[in-house]
Ligand binder design. Sequence first.
Ligand SMILES: Nc1nc2c(ncn2[C@@H]2O[C@H](COP(=O)(O)OP(=O)(O)O)[C@@H](O)[C@H]2O)c(=O)[nH]1
Ligand SMILES: [Mg+2]
Ligand SMILES: [Zn+2]
Length: 354
Amino acid sequence: MIDIPFESLHALGLTQAIASRAAQLTAPEPGLRLARVIEVQRDCLTLHDGRAEQPARVLPRLVQQLQAEAQQLTIGDWVAAHVDAYGQAWVVDRVEPVTQIARRANDGRRQPLASNVDAALLVMGLDADFNARRMERYIAMVRACEVAPVVVLTKLDIAPDAQERIAEMYRRLPATVPVLPVNGLSRQTCAEIGPWLHACQTLVLLGSSGAGKSTLINTLAGAGQSTGAVRKGDGRGRHTTTARSMHCCPNGACIIDTPGLRTFRPDADAGTLAATFEDVLALARQCRFRDCRHESEPGCAVRAHVDADRLDNYKKLMRDAQRGDLTALERIEQRSKWKAIGKAGSQRAREKRA
Ligand SMILES: Nc1nc2c(ncn2[C@@H]2O[C@H](COP(=O)(O)OP(=O)(O)O)[C@@H](O)[C@H]2O)c(=O)[nH]1
Ligand SMILES: [Mg+2]
Ligand SMILES: [Zn+2]
């Protein structure tokens, strides 16, 4: 049986759903405790079991088992751990995550970013970082993982084009996605993001490097007393930008900081991604033709109402996802086909010039 001190783990975001999954773990080791992964470094994890944090290693058997399932321990995971005779903590099993945000690496491998999160704060600067297409990809990525997106636009106080950019975001995104323009350095931001910071909620911050993620954490977690469960946001200074770490807010929410995330491919099939563009899907039902591709067909409700650049981005995401669905062999075939077309093209260009 695994020891689950619900009261002390509650501050780390333990929910009833996780607790009942944990109770079903059948690891044979005695003296197991439930703990949460609060920090991930290259080859070491930090766990918190409600009493203290502790560096831990992962049993090779578990590493292999997870690899076989294209999985990997990540920040926010709940694990069963025990301490050996030398005082070394070992992760022996993992509770299957309720949600997990993942992307696909360039080689096609699945890369988990954070587990057991309720909402994702998608952080983007209103300065040169601003890019509506990238924000739409973030939204698609987290919605495909059944995590609620909250758009946080930082640097409201210093970006000269802030009002235009905020308006563009409102125009493009469906009304169901909250958009919060903030000055990440101001205490006022705690009140604006407050509704998403309930006790027992776990949030993850995603956005490119320099967007203001660590600044937000400092403002949200640093404002007030540390609960003692997880270190305060300003805990160890700069390392938070190179590794993933979890921080506690005064009102009980847990926030996960991640290093810069700029380019990525969502880990979802085209159908799932399409569903995250709810405005496009809803309007598509009103197109005159049932198989409308929203290109030049007459009576297209999507083209009439959706921002043109948003629609282009939607189509691009669908193409990318379909490419992602191909097998490795199909991808090679497709690449050589494109190569051949490219070659023929430059041949023609040469002939033209000659
Ligand atoms: N004026 C202003 N500066 C900000 C704001 N948010 C972040 N910054 C600054 O932008 C820089 C990068 O922020 P940081 O939180 O380290 O970005 P991260 O890489 O996403 O963690 C820092 O110098 C912050 O002080 C904001 O809302 N207003
Ligand atoms: Mg940072
Ligand atoms: Zn259409």
